[in-house]
Design a binder for this molecule. Structure first.
Ligand code: GLU
Length: 306
């Protein structure tokens, strides 16, 4: 059997404009796929209407286009994928791997919010659907950057939600169904999602889907142990000057800055980056930003250096 063409993806939630951390994940996944001659897909994860910001998805897609990060095939919109999620849910319900749950958040507070058995005192009109996680559901996987990982999903997470009480599809189900539908073989994303991976692998196993390789990029920190401050993390990247932004991200991805020196146009820079990219140089630890690294010309709204 030949292995499939590598396929990466970027799957932003339309909760705001693209910020440096999300563009770092987009560029990292694009480089990994393209460097290996693979495909790169886009997906808008708009399954959570309360968190969706009107116009954000279009703005994200425009920004990606301005950075030259073009995808193969049409953009997949999760808001249009309800039938596919329902079909997957039906399979899990029929196999007894999912169940309708009437427990409320307050009823689960006594067990730290972790669901191991239903404790609802009365049925509710809007029950959730959960995935049943049996005892000893320890998942092992080898992260492309962080090496061997494991999680006891039963003890640490419990039975997790597939369809929420408000009727929205849960991220864990939607992401698994769509990564499979888009033929994704390489999931490159921020380390804040490392903790979701074991749940996604359990779902892939239950649904008989292929398990992609996972690469969790480090988080951007502005001081040792400090996640990028909300204000910095929320500032959108400046898509009107893509070259300096991509050069800055290239360096943050551990790549040789000089490799891009000769490129003066966006297509030339992306082409050179694709060829010069070396996955073994990707950072494995959180990235401590040097002072000023996120000032002009990277951000739309440059902060004055302190
Ligand atoms: N939609 C998620 C986010 O924007 C990313 C999901 C993923 O990459 O698996 O944080």
């Amino acid at each position: 059997m030949t292995s499939p063409i590598p396929c990466g993806r970027f799957a932003p939630s339309p909760t705001g404009l693209l910020h440096p951390g999300s563009l770092l994940a987009a560029f990292g996944s694009w480089l990994l796929a393209r460097h290996h001659g693979g495909l790169w897909r886009l997906r808008i994860e708009d399954v959570d209407p309360p968190r969706t910001v009107p116009g954000a998805a279009q703005a994200q897609l425009q920004a990606l286009a301005a950075f030259g990060l073009a995808a193969d095939g049409p953009v997949l919109w999760q808001s249009e994928r309800g039938d596919a999620y329902q079909a997957a849910l039906d399979v899990l319900l029929a196999g007894g791997q999912a169940f309708v749950c009437h427990c409320s958040r307050s009823e689960l507070a006594a067990s730290g919010g972790i669901h191991h058995r239903c404790v609802a005192r009365q049925p509710r009109p809007d029950p959730a659907v959960r995935f049943r996680v049996p005892p000893d559901s320890r998942v092992h996987f080898d992260d492309g950057l962080r090496g061997p990982q494991q999680q006891d999903v039963h003890a640490e997470v419990g039975d997790f939600v597939l369809r929420r009480a408000d009727g929205c599809w849960a991220y864990q189900l939607a992401v698994v169904v769509d990564d499979a539908a888009q033929g994704v073989t390489e999931v490159v994303r921020g380390a804040d999602l490392l903790d979701s991976t074991a749940r996604q692998i359990l779902l892939q196993q239950a649904l008989g889907l292929a398990i992609p390789r996972y690469w969790h990029l480090p988080l951007l920190l502005d001081a040792p142990g400090h996640k990028l401050s909300k204000s910095l993390a929320a500032l959108p990247v400046d898509a009107t000057h893509p070259l300096p932004v991509l050069r800055a991200l290239w360096a943050l991805l551990g790549q040789q800055p000089a490799a891009l020196d000769a490129a003066t146009t966006l297509p030339a820079l992306l082409d050179t980056a694709c060829q010069a990219f070396n996955p073994t140089r990707l950072p494995r630890q959180d990235i401590l930003l040097p002072p000023g690294a996120l000032s002009a010309p990277m951000l739309q709204n440059p902060l004055s250096p302190t």
